[in-house]
Design a protein around this ligand. Structure first.
Ligand code: ADP
Length: 521
């Protein structure tokens, strides 16, 4: 039958050969072996269950948590001349009934449903009355409570499957799964270890970069300036931040869309549409945006603030370059972002073991920002629980050239200035004092009488400000949690002031287009 599978690949999809892993998955499903496929985003998971669905008798049921994607998938199949439909809450009860009737008549080769459908007895009865070719679990990691996107409705399909009298072969597909999650999926769906097809999830076309000690707005405006025609996503941590960054870019005359949970559904749809259609090249959004978005030409994903864990980071960053073309995944790191994520964990309803787990995951995310190892390898090793990944050769750590500079003296100047200013002011005024500026505020607060006034006069005010941001990122300075950050020394500052600890900084070129001066060890 595998020869027929190759014919179908050519006939329906117009592709000449299978991609890594596809053939094995198809083969196993045709042999009636429950299978778990772990493949990167854009790796071609759909074909893995669509071809067996075409070859086997009966209807294939595909369970997907992404309502917004179902219609696209169904449209794509119909365009290929394959009978397919979906049933989910976006349809009226009448429409759902009509489609169920057609399912009972065996009119479809493919039926896409949301997990909740398995809670309906009439649905179970319907599928029990027809031959089934297979049941595929798209985004299968949602079934595991160890996954970052656990959906209880997905998990409750497992007991419901017992009521399916003519249970066919099961296919579980995911692009993100830790060992724990894989084991969980395996046991829940009775998949033998021999039937896991794991092509890994390295994305060779993605260049990961961590940018620290930079003014974030200056960074994004100079980065975007160099690629105005390219499509990109900027993820922020909060709705307010989305509004703020969106307004900033719009003011610069850029075509920019925004998306967050505070907008009406109509607004969200319009903004999303404008982005997908390339009417607006940039999307500024919270993590509410992206699930079920299949836009292949996203050239960059910038995280304006620290994501909560590596799982969500990789998934969001992975929305870049689905077409396989070189794309950037940039994380703008600042020390104060950690506070926000900690606060979100503190405020969550999770019980304390779960909170401890979230903290540990956040710590891994923070480590990613500080590591000097290959960034892609760091992520892949995180999922694999062992250090086996090879260097990507294109991330900001792999491409780092140049020596580290000893910045201890400059750090001492900044730290003592903050101390002398009474730990009452923000980064920009501190930079002014160090520069020796004649600014009104400097005079007003008599900061020009401090011994640290003008101590860094040979630097530009911008460089001093960036260096202060670097010291915040490195946790020598804390910006506090006020709306207008107020700098104070952290406990890490003392050894530096006493000359017991050195401060090293890398001076690197992150990217030919981006004006990035500093990277930190
Ligand atoms: P995933 O669900 O794994 O993210 P998709 O199934 O959406 O990926 O496939 C990504 C893209 O790759 C689609 O445009 C698909 O048509 C294409 N594709 C899949 N298999 C092959 C193949 N064997 N040869 C060429 N292109 C393929």
């Amino acid at each position: 039958m595998i020869a027929q599978a190759e014919d179908l690949l050519q006939q329906y999809y117009g592709y000449t050969s299978f991609r890594n892993g596809q053939k094995t998955v198809i083969d196993q499903l045709l042999e009636n072996q429950n299978t778990l496929a772990v493949m990167p985003t854009g790796g071609g998971k759909s074909i893995c269950y669509q071809i067996p669905g075409l070859l086997l008798d009966g209807t294939a049921i595909i369970i997907s948590p992404l309502i917004s994607l179902m219609k696209d998938q169904v449209d794509a199949l119909q365009a290929l001349g394959i009978s397919a439909t979906f049933i989910n809450s976006s349809l009226s009860t009448n429409e759902q009934q009509e489609r169920l009737t057609q399912v009972r008549l065996g009119s479809y080769k493919f039926l896409y449903v949301a997990p909740e459908r398995f809670e309906s007895q009439s649905f179970i009865q319907t599928i029990n009355s027809i031959p089934l070719s297979l049941i595929a679990f798209d985004e299968a990691h949602c079934i595991s409570q160890w996954g970052h996107d656990f959906r209880p409705s997905y998990r409750s399909i497992v007991p419901a499957l017992k009521q399916v009298t003519n249970l066919p072969v099961l296919a579980a597909m995911t692009a993100t799964a830790t060992e724990e999650v894989m084991t969980d999926i395996q046991s829940l769906l009775s998949i033998s270890s021999d039937n896991i097809v794991n092509t890994g999830f390295a994305r060779e076309n993605l260049s990961f970069q961590v940018v620290k000690g930079q003014d974030k707005k200056s960074f994004i405006s100079s980065y975007i300036e160099a690629r105005k025609l390219e499509s990109g996503i900027i993820y922020t941590a909060t709705r307010k931040q989305t509004d703020n960054v969106h307004a900033f870019l719009e003011k610069k005359g850029l075509q920019v869309a925004k998306y967050h949970g505070g907008l009406s559904e109509t607004q969200r749809k319009e903004e999303q549409f404008a982005f997908i259609q390339d009417e607006k090249t940039i999307m500024v959004a919270t993590n509410a945006f992206g699930m079920g978005i299949d836009k292949s030409n996203v050239r960059y994903v910038i995280h304006y603030a620290l994501p909560m864990n590596i799982e969500s980071y990789y998934q969001e960053a992975g929305r870049a370059g689905r077409d396989g073309e070189p794309s950037d995944c940039i994380l703008l790191f600042a020390g104060q972002d950690i506070q926000l994520q900690k606060f979100l964990i503190d405020q969550s309803m999770a019980d304390s073991p779960k909170k401890a787990q979230e903290y540990a995951k956040l710590q891994a995310m923070i480590n990613y920002c500080h590591t000097e190892q290959c960034l892609q390898a760091f992520i892949l090793d995180y999922f694999q629980d062992e250090s086996i990944s090879k260097n990507c050769g294109s991330c900001s750590n792999c491409t780092h050239q140049g020596e580290k500079t000893d910045m201890t003296r400059e750090a001492q100047m900044v730290l003592s200035c903050v101390k002398r200013m009474g730990e009452r002011f923000g980064a920009s005024l501190t930079a002014k004092v160090l520069k020796g500026s004649k600014d009104k505020k400097v005079k007003e607060f008599r900061l020009d009488s401090l011994s640290t006034y003008g101590l860094m006069s040979s630097y530009t005010e911008k460089d001093i400000t960036q260096f202060i941001h670097f010291l915040i990122a490195e946790n020598f300075l804390s910006p506090g949690q006020e709306r207008f950050p107020i700098l104070s020394l952290t406990k890490n500052a003392e050894p530096v002031l006493k000359g017991k600890q050195k401060v090293w900084m890398q001076q690197i070129k992150i990217n030919p287009h981006a004006e990035v001066d500093y990277q930190v060890s």
